[in-house]
Design a protein around this ligand. Structure first.
Ligand code: GCB
Length: 603
């Protein structure tokens, strides 16, 4: 009976999940390859701590909220807000780093942008948000377009029938309040930057348009591209052409009644790798639409404890990165921010970055494609989300879905990570297996991982036996020997026991140092302590036979509310190898030397 009830519940969960997924508007991909008009720049904003623009005084959603953008029609009219007289904020950008009053603010800010638009026949218009942290309610000309939950993934709404030629007003209520049932949950170790943190674009497409396509090497192959194309608005079948001129490819496929067609063809390709980040110009077209992209082709798989890129074993010389711009402060959002972070990672000797702990902006993965840097891409299932809550699962799954949808054609992305440091339990295993299965169903080509934990089998043995490991391709493990766990010298006596015959990435280790703070290597917060910690860690890690990569924590110092220690932390996590002003700490060079040594060894 229990089994039957369980099966019924699973079935209902699938139904609910499926219906919710269907309600989400289809996500347009490769915005750079489309006809767009950006809505970046100054937006009028209203800080609304009590959500007065959304709820009435009985705390019911108001029909007459700020989204109406009302104006007094006569001198006696009572209207208590005025977007046009309010302050402005830059979009893209978090609000915390733009206005001192908002540094610690968690709540609602309303954003408004006006625009004109010249309507065209047989053309559809969408508004596309790179991301809004965390909950976004979007309105055009007083009408609600929809709501999006999740702070780090893109979403769009169609506005073809609502847009007018003059004085459109697009209003977004952005709410970054943390919630126990959200993803991430209440507790993290990064700044909860709120706002329209990434680019906002109008995207113009023909009435039947290329919504999405998946063009990657078939799993296990280096000369066969397999995937699909998907049209939106298609009535009946249509012909779609996929061209890669440099590889002499021109293929046509015919879509089914739903606008979908599988694609599969052979091609002789110059494969993408860090040493040779070759990207091909790819054109996907129909009689009325055409999208240009630049795609790299490479294979990624595991064999025993090896990770194989294009069939050859590789070692991932990595570093973790938060999406924060050290020099400007605040969320990173531009191509320049991305270039700076990835250039620093390269200077360190990295061929790999872990984009922690959530999907970073698309500039990062595009640039990683161009610069030849492999990427670990993650969703913010962090620490202790509500494993038993079906809504939390649907939310995490949506975020994973949007992340994979956006980046599935990026050669740089080799790993999807479903979680970070999550406590072992039955409910958590079920939740994370659900995410792993979903990722595999969307993308059969990439490797699945998660940053897990280890524990002590005895005082000298660290054991990796997390049951999730069975479902992953690559094991990730965070450990803080020398910082939260003893002193750096402790690393010298530790053995590792790993219960899976799979590649291991040490996805975090590290310790805090304030740049310029010098002293004995036994003194916390000094650069010398951090350097010593790296030396002992690296000596320990080198001895793990199945180690195939590492991403120490972290490239640069970053803001965190959990880090109040005056004069040392001042609300920064100081585990960066580079300070929040761009200065390199001693441990930067320790890791750089280690990576240079690996490069010399041909790793
Ligand atoms: C961790 C977390 C990371 C923290 C880091 C730290 O294990 O995954 O988000 O910032 O430790 O500095 O404590």
């Amino acid at each position: 009976m229990m089994i039957k009830v369980g099966a019924l519940l699973t079935f209902l969960l699938i139904l609910v999940t499926a219906s919710q997924a269907q309600q989400r508007p289809a996500l347009i991909t490769n915005i750079e390859g489309r006809h767009t008009m950006d809505l970046n720049g100054r937006w009028q904003t209203i800080i609304d701590q009590y959500e007065t623009g959304y709820y009435d005084y009985r705390y019911q959603p108001s029909t007459d909220g700020y989204f109406k953008n009302a104006k007094p029609k006569s001198p006696s009219d009572l209207i208590e807000y005025d977007f046009d007289a309010s302050e402005q904020l830059n979009v893209p950008g978090d609000w915390n780093s733009q206005d001192q009053r908002l540094l610690f603010y968690e709540g609602t800010v309303w954003y408004k942008k006006s625009f004109d638009y010249q309507k065209k026949d047989r053309t559809r218009l969408f508004v596309y948000f790179g991301a809004a942290n965390y909950l976004a309610d979007v309105y055009l000309n007083g009408q609600k377009l929809g709501r999006h939950e999740g702070g780090f993934t893109p979403f769009n709404f169609e506005i073809t029938n609502l847009v007018r030629e003059k004085d459109n007003f697009l209003i977004v209520k952005v709410d970054n309040k943390r919630r126990r049932d959200a993803v991430p949950t209440l507790n993290t170790d990064w700044w909860n930057y709120g706002g329209l943190t990434r680019d906002v674009n109008l995207v113009e497409v023909p009435d039947t348009f290329i919504e999405d396509y998946f063009l990657q090497l078939k799993k296990g192959s280096t000369n066969e591209i397999a995937g699909w194309v998907k049209l939106n608005g298609a009535a009946g079948s249509k012909v779609v052409t996929v061209e890669i001129p440099e590889a002499n490819v021109k293929q046509t496929v015919t879509t089914d009644a739903n606008g979908y067609a599988p694609v599969s063809f052979k091609a002789r390709l110059n494969l993408w790798s860090p040493e040779n980040p070759k990207l091909y110009s790819v054109k996907v077209s129909t009689d009325v639409d055409s999208v240009g992209d630049r795609i790299g082709f490479r294979s990624i798989e595991t064999r025993g404890t090896d990770i194989l890129l294009n069939g050859k074993p590789i070692f991932l010389r990595g570093i973790c990165i938060h999406e924060e711009s050290p020099l400007r402060g605040g969320r990173a959002f531009s191509k320049d921010d991305a270039r700076m972070l990835l250039t620093w990672a390269k200077e360190l000797g990295s061929n790999f970055v872990r984009l922690a702990h959530y999907p970073h902006n698309e500039h990062m993965t595009r640039l990683a494609d161009e610069m030849g840097i492999m990427v670990w891409s993650e969703i913010p299932v962090y620490w202790t989300v509500l494993w038993d809550n079906p809504d939390t699962f649907v939310n995490a799954k949506n975020q994973l879905d949007e992340n994979i949808t956006r980046d599935k054609n990026k050669a740089s992305v080799i790993l999807w990570s479903v979680a970070n440091e999550t406590p072992v339990s039955e409910a958590r295993l079920k939740f994370l297996r659900g995410l792993v299965d979903h990722a595999r169903s969307l993308d059969p080509t990439r490797l699945l991982t998660a940053a897990n934990e280890r524990h002590y089998a005895d005082p000298n043995t660290q054991l990796i036996d997390d049951p999730l490991g069975e479902y992953l391709d690559v094991l990730g493990c965070n450990e803080y020997v020398g910082w939260y766990d003893g002193l750096p010298e402790k690393a010298d006596r530790l053995q590792w026991k790993i219960n899976y015959n799979k590649p291991l990435i040490i996805s975090e280790f590290g310790g805090d140092a304030l740049f310029g703070n010098h002293g004995d290597k036994g003194v916390r917060w000094t650069e010398e302590y951090q350097k010593n910690l790296y030396e002992h860690q690296l000596a320990m890690l080198k001895k793990i036979p199945s180690l195939r990569g590492m991403t120490p924590w972290i490239l640069t110092d970053f803001r965190s509310p959990r880090r109040p220690l005056p004069r040392i932390q001042d609300f920064y996590n100081r585990k960066g190898l580079i300070s929040s002003r761009g200065e390199r700490k001693q441990a930067f060079y320790t890791l750089q030397n280690f990576y240079r040594g690996l490069i010399k060894e041909g790793k």
